[in-house]
Design a protein around this ligand. Structure first.
Ligand SMILES: CC(C)(COP(=O)(O)OP(=O)(O)OC[C@H]1O[C@@H](n2cnc3c(N)ncnc32)[C@H](O)[C@@H]1OP(=O)(O)O)[C@@H](O)C(=O)NCCC(=O)NCCS
Length: 180
């Protein structure tokens, strides 16, 4: 799959989409250091081991370059800690500056919550963060759904970028999966 180029100086505003999602109880926010293992495990279960490792790397960076989509859970179990704030359910994630500086990805939305604007909001939030960090362009790495990126942010295919910076899989298993 090819990479795609995005002009960060011509990005659509994310505010209307974020406001619409907020009204439906969904929030896009930066992941927190304390959430690193939970986010990584969720990404491993719903997507891939490599995407999980990339999320961990993104959450370890400063500024944190992993954003997540969460839904506040009404009527969750009472909690004695964290000021009784409602628990939040993960719906999606997106990272940047992980595989290479200036690159967006990986990204994913829970299968049963796709088509609700969450993927676009995660994408736009990351790209606006990159713009704030003074990038002029972003590269969508190994862009799978090219139509989604073209329509959402005007991304264009980079000629001759396949396989680009990516390598074949490294043979072996992460420690956490060795016991299986
Ligand atoms: C790609 C992905 C993140 C999109 O998330 P999503 O929440 O479903 O996307 P949205 O609801 O924000 O879609 C925004 C628009 O893009 C369109 N769109 C979504 N996925 C699309 C796809 N695969 N191909 C073409 N258009 C797509 C939607 O129809 C919507 O159009 P609209 O604004 O006219 O209604 C999600 O499908 C996913 O997790 N896929 C599996 C993992 C993946 O491929 N990640 C990308 C790796 S590079």
């Amino acid at each position: 799959m090819s990479d795609m180029l995005v002009k960060l100086y011509a990005l659509p505003d994310v505010t209307p989409l974020s406001a619409d999602l907020n009204e439906r109880g969904v929030e896009i926010r930066q992941a927190q250091p304390s959430e690193k293992r939970i986010v990584a495990e969720w990404v491993r279960q719903h997507f891939t081991e490599s995407a999980a490792a990339e999320c961990e790397a993104a959450i370890e960076q400063r500024p944190i370059s992993c954003f997540i989509a969460v839904e506040k859970q009404a009527g969750g179990p009472p909690r004695a800690k964290l000021y009784d704030l409602p628990p939040e359910m993960l719906l999606g994630f997106a990272c940047y500056d992980v595989v290479s500086r200036g690159m967006f990805g990986p990204e994913g939305v829970r299968a049963d919550r796709r088509g609700q604007g969450i993927g676009k909001a995660l994408l736009l939030t990351c790209l606006h963060a990159m713009k704030t960090e003074r990038y002029a362009y972003a590269v969508i790495g190994w862009a799978g759904p090219t139509e989604f990126y073209a329509e959402a942010v005007g991304a264009t295919l980079i000629e001759g970028s396949e396989p680009g910076i990516y390598r074949g899989p490294l043979i072996g298993k992460p420690i956490s999966l060795n016991k299986e």
